[in-house]
Design a binder for this molecule. Structure first.
Ligand code: HMN
Length: 297
């Protein structure tokens, strides 16, 4: 089926030192991600700094990832934008370049406060790429959306032909499980908090999108095998390692730290764009030292 499953890496966007796109870094990264066991790529999301790119850059990054993946794993392009016309343009572009799915946050400057407004946003964007499955990116901490996601799924059910489900980035496992079970499980609900992946899998998650899968996919895969083979204590140990990893990197702006780590691992993706700040020399030294004590690296 066309449903998402397994680990889907939320990809980073590579920059040169002068801040321009370094697209030649994408292909080797995609080889690494696939080899490590990722079963999909989520492009231009929070991790990929989609909102900090120009529309042209977003198109270029999506194209570079789709080309490098070359249909070996699905590429999901995140097209959320405060301007719906831009989001529609990006969605149509994703379909044109052979991406496999479109995903979008709702606008966030003017907040979405009711179901009908959210439905109109989702319908407009999804219909701009009618041949691709659409995943609403639920990340209320960032968008400030006040719409109850379960009620939204019930409302949208059957009204948008290519609506496939949601990417769920919140910490409420009970709500996530309800999303998974609605209508007999007709929607994909893709988990988005790497530090709670074990809990999500225990409630029935079949797919997850994560930034830390860029580095730790093999570890999470081992955790999933442990869980599936009833080795719960081992699975918990691995989740704890991922939590410690995330805490350690969270000592500085998280994605800046991740990009530092990628560089140490041989993928120089540069630093994050403003407003996400870079590290000073001494900060990056402290980070490197901290990373050395992590068991999972
Ligand atoms: C994305 O949009 O790139 C994905 O949603 C990223 C993914 O879900 C990450 N969420 C955010 O960055 C907000 C997580 O992998 C997150 O980075 C991780 O759980 C560490 O907190």
């Amino acid at each position: 089926s066309s449903r998402l499953s397994g680990l889907i890496a939320a990809t980073y966007t590579p920059f040169h030192a002068d801040g321009t796109l370094a697209l030649s870094k994408v292909a080797p990264m995609v080889e690494h991600l696939i080899r490590a066991g990722n079963r999909g790529l989520y492009v231009c999301g929070s991790t990929g700094e989609g909102v900090s790119l120009t529309t042209l850059e977003r198109c270029q990054v999506a194209e570079a990832y789709a080309q490098a993946a070359n249909k070996r794993v699905p590429v999901i392009v995140q097209v959320g934008h405060n301007c719906i016309a831009e989001a529609k343009h990006l969605a149509a572009h994703a379909e044109e370049i052979g991406a496999d799915a479109v995903s979008a946050t709702c606008p966030s400057y003017f907040k979405v406060v009711d179901i009908v407004s959210l439905f109109e946003v989702v319908q407009a964007i999804a219909s701009a790429a009618p041949r691709l499955p659409f995943y609403y990116y639920h990340i209320p901490a960032v968008t400030g959306s006040q719409v109850d996601i379960v009620s939204f799924l019930q409302f949208a059910d059957g009204k948008i032909p290519n609506f496939a489900g949601i990417k769920y980035t919140d910490k409420n496992l009970a709500e996530f499980q309800r999303c998974l079970s609605l209508g007999g499980g007709k929607f994909d609900a893709v988990w988005g908090c790497d530090d709670m992946l074990l809990g999500a899998i225990a409630t029935g998650a079949r797919a997850a999108i994560g930034s830390t899968f860029n580095v730790l996919a093999p570890l999470y895969l081992e955790m999933i095998r442990d869980f599936e083979s009833n080795r719960l204590a081992e699975a918990q140990q691995i989740q704890l390692q991922s939590i410690e990893f995330i805490c350690k990197l969270g000592m500085y702006p998280f994605h800046t730290s991740m990009k530092e780590l990628l560089r140490l691992l041989g993928h120089d993706f540069g630093t994050c764009r403003s407003p996400q700040r870079s590290l000073s020399k001494s900060e990056s030294k402290t980070l490197h030292q901290g990373l050395q004590h992590l068991k999972c690296l």
